[in-house]
Ligand binder design. Sequence first.
Ligand code: ADP
Ligand code: MG
Length: 297
Amino acid sequence: AIPLVVAVSTSLAAKSGLLIRERQSFERAREIEAVVFDKTGTLTRGEFGVTEVIPLVGVGEVGKEGEAEMEVLRLAASLEASSEHSIARGVVKGAEDRGISTAPADEFQSMPGKGVLGVVDGRRLKVVSPGYLEGAGIELDDERVRAAEEGGKTVVFLLEDETPLGALALGDSVRPESKEAVERLKSMGLKCMMLTGDNRYVAEEVSRDLGLDEFFAEVLPHQKAEKIREVQERYTVAMVGDGVNDAPALAQADVGIAIGAGTDVAVETADIILVRNDPRDVVTIIRLSKKTYSKMF
Ligand code: ADP
Ligand code: MG
């Protein structure tokens, strides 16, 4: 039988917008020493806007000012229209906002944690991460790209075959609730960390902004669970995420917490779901768990 105090707490939790799918994990929550947050969509809003388009080489029949930028954005958006990724949505919206209509894409494929590929206007294109360029040995030395990255922007690249045609800089914003969540967790003596596939400059900026203790950047989807395992060598760990890529890390953590508005895969893997999508509710979980189980033992 479920002890009364646990039953009461579970319904209290539900009232606070916490869906507890695994009761043992709610009990373990009082022992959490470190909280690892996913960045995009968890600590940040996950709503990207295109802030700059940087053409790199001849993109086609362009002459007039701004035409090369428009063409880079059009080709990238045509490909990204088939992707659900938050970066993809940002690129598509960037094209829409500028009144650019996209072309159909064929042979679309996504490369998780790296980007997308397909054929647009008969051209074999990709939109990829800086990590992809590095892995493929594609050298790119551009002042504007470097400035965007160092300025904390998420930068992705449009390639034709393996030739960079342009770069797109995107900006996301930190959720105001994240700052409060981190402050409260730290005041309770917990370590706050971040795990992201994004570049280290963006990670650094978000980390500084929120006062995080540690961050891991440029982590590929299959490495996320491994990072959690490493942190578990030092601490009892809760992982908070929203994406498909986060699912293995959520499963690996001592307590896996999903943002309710996240993907089905993340929600189905997590032990606890934040129905209100508010990272401050992680504090509520820990407090409630401590209160509940200190009464029993
Ligand atoms: P996150 O950890 O922020 O959820 P992912 O692991 O999904 O990021 O992706 C890591 C990186 O791969 C992104 O920062 C981006 O550079 C690149 N990427 C992934 N999907 C796409 C896409 N659809 N379009 C462009 N770039 C992408
Ligand atoms: Mg995410």
